[in-house]
Design a protein around this ligand. Sequence first.
Ligand code: CP
Length: 302
Amino acid sequence: VDHLLGIKYLNKKDIELIFETADHFKEVINRSIKKVPTLRDTTIANIFFENSTRTKLSFELAEKRLSADVINFSASQSSVKKGETLIDTVNNILSMKVDMVVMRHPNPGAGIFLSRHVNASIINAGDGAHEHPTQALLDSYSIREKLGDVGGKNVVIVGDILHSRVALSNIFALKLQGANVKVCGPKTLIPKHIESLGVSVETNLKRALEWCDVANMLRVQNERMDISYFPSTREYAQQFGVNKKLLDSLDKQIVIMHPGPINRGVEITSDVADSNQSIILGQVENGVAIRMAVIYLLAAKK
Ligand code: CP
């Protein structure tokens, strides 16, 4: 059985195939008939042990647009609360003839663990601070759409790199496609030895923005934070938040991205998030086509 557990397990050709397939689905979605009958015989369970707005709804919509049957499971309303284990939970769901599982979980490696114990394709929808592969795919796809190509572009990922699965998956995806990648944030929120992934570190936001074609602004993940790491929110916003004045002081128009959810006024001000340099809602739109492509390609391998 094939899975999508992380970008770490993909190569450049895999990413190109996902993008070409997503191009096709984006074209389908943009027509007035948004649905294809492709996965009429497939049942998919979305199991979320952590909160989500974009990823959960985007997967559900992608599945429905492929005509799959969909069931949704939210851990907080389930028998997990009565002590049922992850493997028991998933095996019970699979016994209802489910073919594929999309899972978000707070523990890094949860999808990898599950893939070794159950007989279904697993798609990782975010595992703790580890990976969020479909987010990185839709991010690169959005850069490709905006700038024509990812290869050779300068991309800075700004913020809480230490706790971010979006950062790690983006680094893997961007490097595979030949982008130049910098990370920028407070030293306390940048993992030691991150240079071993082929990225450079910049702690001055203005310098990082002057260098880049694309800035991907990340949220500070307070929920994963040991409080001693954190500069105050005000200090963070002053040093690492992007605002219109800073953006206008650059001698070029960079592309602004954010995976969401946004903390307006912290890592990004409203006048930047809602500006014509921002492709934030375009990223969300592309998420559906990317997830349709991933599900379609995994189902075709079965
Ligand atoms: N970008 C992202 O994963 O958002 P959600 O947490 O709302 O799914």
